[in-house]
Design a protein around this ligand. Structure first.
Ligand code: ATR
Length: 277
C-alpha cells in the first residue's frame, strides 16, 4: 500500500480525502489518502516523511502553502512565481512542489463554463492567497485584462506589483467596476463557517452585467453572492469545479494517469449533500 495525504492546520473539514480516496479506488490503485493535521513545529518532520518510498506525496493547504517551499528540492512551473505550493510529489526521495490551484480554476472555467480566459477581461474580488494563484493563472492563460479589487486596498496593490515583477500586467482598482467579462469572488465572504457567512464581497450592482460570475467558495454550493447573480439571470459557476480540477491535476502529478473526474465530482457532491444547506 502507498500513502498520500493533505497537510494543513486544521484539515478536519477538507474534502480532498473524500474525492482523492474515491479516485485511487476507482483506478484500482492501493493508495490511502489521509488527513495530516500538522502544527508549525511539526512541519519540517512531516515534509521529511514524504520522502519515504511508500509515499506518493501530499497536498498542502492553509496555512502552509508558502512555508513548505524551502523544505522542497525543486519548485516547478507556476508554483515558484506564485510563491505557494499545494501539491508535493515524491520522486525517489526527492520532493517536487507544484501549484495546481490557479490551473484548476482555469480548467474549471474552460470545461465547466465553456469560458476560455484568453482575450477576456476579469475582475478579481479579494487579494489573499487564493486570488494570488488565480491572478497568475489568468495572466498566464492570456487574459486581456485582470483588475483586482480588495477590501484592504494595499493588498491589491501588493498583488499587482507581484504580477508586475513576473512580467504580467494587471490593475489594482480602488472600487469594484462594471464592464468586465468575468467576475471571480476569491474572498471568504459567504463561506459556511467563515467570518461572514451571510455576506457578499461587494453589492451585486457594483459589477454590472458580466458574462460569468464565479465564486471559489464551494460550501454552500450557492453563496449569497452567487445566488444573487443567478437571481439576476447571470451565468454562474460555483467553487466545486475549481476544487475538483486542482485535485485532478495533483492526482495526475502523483500517478501519471488520467484522473477519473466524474468519480471525484460524485464523491465530493455526496459528501457535501451530507451537510445542511
Ligand atoms: P485566502 O488564502 O483564502 O485567499 P486570505 O489570504 O486570508 O485567504 O484572504 C482572504 C481574502 O478575503 C482577503 O482578500 C480579504 O480581504 P482583506 O484583505 O481586506 O482582509 C477577503 N475578505 C474576507 N472577508 C471579506 C468580506 N466580508 N468582504 C470582503 N472581503 C473579504
Amino acid at each position: 500500500m502507498q500513502r498520500a495525504g493533505i497537510i494543513g492546520h486544521p484539515v478536519a473539514h477538507s474534502l480532498s480525502p473524500v474525492f482523492q480516496g474515491a479516485a485511487f479506488a476507482a483506478c484500482g490503485l492501493d493508495v490511502v489518502y489521509e488527513r495530516w493535521d500538522t502544527a508549525g513545529d511539526q512541519l519540517a518532520m512531516r515534509i521529511q516523511s514524504l520522502r519515504a518510498s511508500d509515499c506518493l506525496g501530499a497536498n498542502v493547504t492553509v496555512p502552509w502553502k508558502e512555508a513548505v517551499i524551502p523544505m522542497l528540492d525543486e519548485v516547478g512551473g507556476q508554483a515558484s512565481v506564485v510563491g505557494a505550493v499545494n501539491t508535493i510529489v515524491n520522486r525517489d526521495g526527492r520532493l517536487f512542489g507544484f501549484n495546481t490551484d490557479g490551473a484548476g480554476l482555469v480548467a474549471a472555467l474552460r470545461n465547466e463554463a465553456g469560458f476560455d480566459p484568453a482575450g477576456r477581461t476579469f475582475l478579481l474580488l479579494g487579494a489573499g492567497g487564493s486570488a494570488r494563484g488565480i491572478a497568475f493563472a489568468l495572466a498566464d492563460a492570456r487574459a486581456a485584462r485582470v483588475g483586482i479589487w480588495n477590501r484592504t486596498p494595499s493588498r491589491a496593490v501588493l498583488l499587482r506589483d507581484a504580477l508586475g515583477a513576473a512580467g504580467y500586467t494587471c490593475e489594482a482598482l480602488p472600487e469594484p467596476l462594471p464592464g468586465f467579462d468575468c467576475v471571480i469572488n476569491t474572498t471568504s465572504a459567504g463561506m459556511r463557517g467563515g467570518p461572514d457567512p451571510g455576506g457578499t464581497p461587494v453589492p451585486l450592482a457594483a459589477i454590472g452585467q458580466p458574462a460569468l460570475v464565479v465564486d471559489i467558495v464551494y460550501a454552500p454550493e450557492a453563496t449569497p453572492f452567487l445566488a444573487a447573480a443567478a437571481q439576476a439571470e447571470m451565468n454562474v459557476l460555483g467553487g466545486l469545479p475549481m476544487l475538483i480540477y486542482q485535485g485532478t491535476l495533483a492526482f495526475e502529478h502523483w500517478t501519471g494517469i488520467r484522473a477519473p473526474i466524474d468519480v471525484m465530482f460524485d464523491a465530493a457532491r455526496k459528501a457535501l449533500a451530507g451537510h445542511a444547506p
